[in-house]
Design a protein around this ligand. Sequence first.
Ligand SMILES: [Zn+2]
Ligand SMILES: [Zn+2]
Length: 346
Amino acid sequence: MLTVNAYAAPSATEPLVPATIERRDVGPRDILIEIRYAGICHSDIHTVRGEWGAVAYPLTVGHEIVGVVAEVGAAVTKHALGDRVGVGCMVNSCRECANCLAGEEQYCLNGNVGTYAAVDRDGTITQGGYSTHIVVDEDFVLRVPESIPYEAAAPLLCAGITTYSPLRHWKAGPGSKVAVVGLGGLGHMAVKLAHAMGAEVTVLSQSLSKADDGRRMGADHYFATSDPATFQTLKNSFDLIINTVSAVIDLDAYLRLLALDGTMVNVGAPPEALPLHVFTLFGNRRSFAGSGIGGIRETQEMLDFCAEHGLACDIEVIAPDQINEAYARLEKSDVRYRFVLDMARI
Ligand SMILES: [Zn+2]
Ligand SMILES: [Zn+2]
């Protein structure tokens, strides 16, 4: 066992504090990663506060991890000492079910093993990336291309793949009209990726306060959802709407913005149920869908796509002792556009 420094939540209601956690010995197919940067995702906050279900404490979260390979197991073939690597939202899956065999490990029928707060194959509870080191099976470790700065690559491992996967699945590209609801950690990546794929991109944000940023990221149009006229102007407009908002919204109002055969995909995950009138779906044969992260193969494809198109996340790098302050700011959407922890400063 390796004892490493980390930040952990002692309970659902207390601030995160410095702690040590145990990492398993490096097995034959394992990789020890010296973590350089870890992004802060809204899911981290929901999880440590127990809002998505009961979890065991103390708990270290963080699933946007980049670092350097510090040790490899005897049977490792995919990564070598010193490689730039990343780990996202999952660290294992059954590898045998139909979904795993299809390369969609995130939808493993036996449940993928989340990077934190999940029961690992050895029965221990997984602990995430707000720490100096992590041990992960090589199959769940991604290559981080040289051209993407480490710190700006970290959030791609969740925010990047979570938006890339539905954009690819619903075929965003030249000739398609994509709307992104919310310009936060997920939304700003959705805009950059959809623009790079060649789609015409519209941001639907509460106000116009981030409109300049949105246009710089590649948005062609920017509308305020606080203005009722927006929902009239944009009726029947979009082929795809990516909803990144983790709160209850008026789904019917957004669905009516879809053109014929359009789909609205939720990647934001509000804890509450969302009401929806089925009649809204009848019009224009609309679909309402969800999408969760992406498979390992697709996550690698996303990282390579970002390198090819010069894309990365807009970030604010902070020291680990600023985590609690960052959580408070994130809850007020006061971040442009992702906090990233510099783990060298732990
Ligand atoms: Zn996340
Ligand atoms: Zn499986």
